[in-house]
Design a protein around this ligand. Structure first.
Ligand SMILES: C[S@@+](CC[C@H](N)C(=O)[O-])C[C@H]1O[C@@H](n2cnc3c(N)ncnc32)[C@H](O)[C@@H]1O
Length: 191
């Protein structure tokens, strides 16, 4: 199993996943939520922090977590506010000091080795409060030689439905090279 050296990729500025803006699906969803209760949100694998800043602008207390020091430094330098925090850490291994109301998934699940997907689920259950919401943009591609590693709806359902109630799912607006390949899921963790 080859583990990606994310730090080396940031240092080499070899970051083809970085689109310079938040996930279009997240931006559209946040625009439809002016009255939803605000709270804390964790963005694991936040990269340079576009999604974190989008959540913060919408009124959430947003924390970005990334395993690559250069990503965290650049995310902080790109603009932090009183509602943003960027932390260096390993989503799969670390213990949160306090669990979050929301976890937002975008290009973290597809970045980790498929053999670690059980660890991803265990991590999600550590980082998210019971009753909390898990909003995910999943990447429905067939690739097994990632990252990105693909997934399909059947696997998403099998992994998450035992622990979460599916509130909604839809095909979002996407970056041009991902159009039609992304699917968003809004889950609520069972108490
Ligand atoms: C494909 S990139 C996506 C970055 C960002 N979400 C974006 O869309 O621009 C995957 C990110 O996950 C981070 N990452 C990989 N494994 C991680 C882990 N176990 N814990 C935290 N971050 C991780 C990498 O450093 C990288 O920034």
């Amino acid at each position: 199993m080859i583990n990606t050296d994310w730090e080396a990729q940031y240092q080499a500025k070899d970051t083809p996943w970085d689109k310079g803006e938040a996930s279009p699906g997240l931006a559209d969803w946040l625009a439809t939520q002016p009255h939803a209760t605000r709270g804390t949100v964790l963005v694991p694998g936040c990269g340079l922090g576009y999604d974190v800043r989008a959540w913060a602008v919408a009124g959430f207390s947003a924390t970005g977590l990334d395993i690559a020091p250069s990503a965290v430094e650049r995310a902080q330098a790109a603009g932090a506010s009183e509602r943003t925090e960027f932390r260096l850490g390993d989503f799969l291994a670390d213990e949160p000091s306090a669990p979050f109301d929301w976890v937002f998934e975008h290009t973290c699940f597809c970045a980790i080795q498929p053999a670690r997907r059980d660890d991803y689920l265990r991590a999600l259950l550590r980082w998210l409060k019971p009753g909390g919401h898990y909003l995910a943009v999943n990447y429905f591609i067939p690739d097994t030689d990632g990252p990105p590693f693909g997934v399909d709806r059947e696997e998403i359902w099998a992994r998450f439905s035992p622990h979460f109630e599916l509130l909604e799912e839809w095909t979002p607006r996407s970056y041009p090279n991902r159009t039609g390949l992304e699917r968003m899921f809004l889950w609520q963790r069972r108490e």
